[in-house]
Design a protein. Structure first.
Length: 384
């Protein structure tokens, strides 16, 4: 879910004079004697700069997302599948060897032999080579794989091969003698394979998260660039700009991406208090061509609220003096609110800030309060 709050246009009064004297003052500026041709040339150059910045950004984001996709398709996922097959083959061996040791029936060796073919011999070498290729450069995961193979060889040498090569027709005495030892050795294999698979799953999840983040950046940077193009093309005065706060909320993972363009950061409200959400400041739309904006990703608590507002909420006066309320003053008002959820909080903010300002600062005011609660079971008050 993507949202924009507080998109607002600003203009410089000096750009449109109200009297002849003001106009005369402006006539002495550095661009006062520019010809129409010069203005057209400057506008064309500015448009080319914007297009070049957008093109470079698009190429970088596309290349980055392609590299991450390739890593997922050709690396993380195949490695995880190979590790699961390796574990399955080892379990087949253990099942077959234990059954044959208890009964002496050759049929029980079939899982062991098929498992051995899947895990070892020629295919074992192929699988190991594949994993080492896929995990090249990841020393930690390669070490996990080496540990799995070492413990598998320990179990084979102490229990698997001696039992499987014993004469058929009667229970294998060695299987009973080494039952506890074999069980402990194989439990060690299970621990190692579990560790390997968890590392591979974590690597895959990190790649998926990074890919989603890059795609989100591509979508949001493209939207901001489009908004800026429209603003620059349609604004009546060159000093007019707009501030924007763009958020992409991922409820399934309790994460949020925030991109600021000259706007105040969103506020996270939880347990009766509020704090600014970590965000990198960015250049307002219309100030500079496409640069100076970054997306910040933050983990969210399972139950909280997000408050976005226009600057009309914080630029009013904080009392009878000349001091402005500011973000710190707004945080204090939220902390003292009787309720910090729903319409009650919004009403409290508008009432208190208007009373403090006493009508001295006339500005637009917009508030967006988004609340969620994933701690409650579905169907019993769980809300977004």
């Amino acid at each position: 879910m993507t949202g924009r709050a507080g998109a607002r246009s600003h203009e410089d009064p000096a750009e449109h004079p109200r009297s002849g004297a003001a106009g005369a003052g402006r006539a002495g500026g550095p661009t006062a004697d520019w010809t129409t041709r010069r203005w057209l040339t400057a506008g064309a150059c500015a448009a080319l700069v914007v297009l070049a910045v957008l093109a470079a950004t698009g190429v970088w984001v596309f290349a980055r997302s392609t590299a991450i996709s390739d890593r997922l398709v050709d690396g993380s996922t195949p490695a995880l599948v190979a590790s699961v097959r390796l574990e399955s083959a080892l379990v087949n061996q253990e099942t077959g060897a234990r059954g044959y040791g208890l009964t002496g029936e050759p049929g029980f060796l079939e899982p062991y032999r098929s498992g051995l073919r899947q895990q070892g011999l020629r295919q074992q070498k192929d699988a190991t080579a594949q994993l080492r290729t896929l995990l090249a450069g990841d020393r930690s995961t390669v070490a996990d794989l080496d540990e799995v193979l070492a413990r598998a060889e320990t179990w084979q040498s102490r229990f698997g091969r001696p039992v499987a090569t014993a004469p058929a027709g009667a229970p294998v005495a060695l299987a009973t003698e080494r039952a506890d030892e074999g069980r402990q050795d194989f439990n060690a294999i299970r621990v190692s394979t579990s560790h390997l698979e968890k590392d591979l799953e974590a690597a895959r999840d990190r790649a998926r998260t990074e890919l989603h983040h890059v795609r989100s950046q591509r979508r949001e940077s493209g939207l901001l660039a489009l908004m800026e193009q429209v603003l620059v093309a349609e604004r009546p005065y060159s000093a007019m700009f707009a501030t924007v706060a763009m958020i992409s909320l991922h409820p399934d993972a309790c994460r949020i991406d925030v991109t600021l363009a000259g706007h105040d950061e969103p506020l996270l409200v939880q347990h009766g208090t509020a704090r600014p959400l970590p965000s990198r400041p960015g250049v307002a739309l219309g100030i500079g061509p496409g640069g100076g904006r970054h997306t910040t990703r933050t983990e969210l608590p399972a139950a909280a609220s997000l408050l976005l507002h226009t600057d009309g909420l914080v630029e009013g006066h904080s009392g009878p003096g000349h001091e402005r309320l500011g973000t710190d003053g707004l945080l204090s008002i939220i902390d003292s609110a009787p309720r910090t959820t729903g319409r009650a909080l919004v009403d409290h903010l508008t009432t208190v800030t208007r009373k403090l300002d006493a009508g001295r600062h006339l500005d637009d005011l917009a508030i967006l309060l988004l609340s969620w609660d994933f701690t409650a079971p579905e169907g019993t008050g769980r809300t977004v």
